[in-house]
Design a protein around this ligand. Structure first.
Ligand code: FAD
Length: 236
């Protein structure tokens, strides 16, 4: 197979990468490789069994279209002061712009307009005072609450949007390795449960999330690919 861009992992990182390519009016052929199922087929048996069955080969809660948080109640923290290292890497203003930009896409796909977490009641003022007295900062964080069912509906909309716009999503396909030639990544090797095959691409994006971190680390070691961790980036 051949693509312009191959993205490994259909969690938020992979999904929004594909959306951004499409929004730039690109006609690039995009393939997403996802080891789990489409959002509409993801089911956790715990609903019936009331206990975790440790599903094999993977957990349906953490794996599949929309990634690890698909079945959470979907709280989007909309302040750059919460949730990650990006402000230290690209600056607070750029981070906030990216958060607002992404939030807008969730709105376009049906997220509730209401913002929570911005009330300034007497109770909150009191908590703020106590936080200051204790040397802490109470961060005001606007939150968009998608809600479990709505989140799944939004992700279903995103899945359809990608497919309708020509993105090929290979579900139940696991990326096993990268194809490297002369220190250049030329694509990925994937396993469809029966056979392995190659997907060649001009650009390869690995967005395998926390669950895929060990695998990515192993692949980087195997191919002697240098990787930067947050501490390294800060010291650059
Ligand atoms: C229970 C829970 C609740 C959460 N609630 C919230 C919340 O309310 N708000 C919030 O902002 N965040 C929440 N999060 C965190 C949020 O889900 C993650 O930050 C986000 O999913 C990370 O996105 P990602 O695309 O980097 O990785 P992931 O979502 O992990 O997606 C990675 C994808 O890659 C696939 N994959 C991995 N390895 C391979 C491979 N070798 N080949 C093919 N595919 C592969 C996986 O199947 C997965 O679908 C929650 C997380 C969990 C677990």
């Amino acid at each position: 197979m051949k693509a312009d861009v191959v993205i490994v992992g259909a969690g938020p990182a992979g999904i929004f990468t594909a959306i951004e390519i499409l929004r730039n009016n690109s006609t690039k052929k995009i393939i997403i490789v996802e080891k789990g199922l489409p959002i509409e087929r993801r089911r956790c048996p715990k609903h019936k069994t009331l206990k975790c069955l440790n599903c094999q080969p993977y957990c349906h809660i953490t794996t599949g279209f929309a990634g690890a948080g698909a079945f959470s109640d979907g709280k989007l923290s909309l302040s750059c002061e919460v949730g990650g290292d990006l402000p230290a890497l690209i600056g607070e203003q750029k981070t906030q712009e990216l958060i607002d930009y992404t939030d807008q896409i969730y709105l376009e796909f049906g997220a509730d307009q209401k913002i929570e977490g911005i009330a300034n009641t007497e109770e909150i003022k009191e908590i703020r005072k106590r936080a200051i007295a204790a040397g802490l900062k109470l961060v005001d964080c606007p939150i968009r609450h998608l809600g479990t069912e709505k989140a799944q509906e939004i992700y279903l909309g995103l899945e359809r949007y990608l497919i309708d716009n020509g993105v090929e999503i290979l579900f139940e396909h696991e990326c096993s390795n990268l194809i490297l030639k002369d220190s250049r990544c030329e694509g990925v090797i994937v396993f469809d449960g029966a056979r392995s095959f190659e997907i060649f691409a001009d650009h390869t994006i690995v967005a395998t999330g926390r669950r895929g971190a060990d695998w990515l680390e192993k692949i980087c070691q195997e191919h002697k690919i240098a990787r930067l961790v947050f501490g390294d980036l800060k010291s650059l």
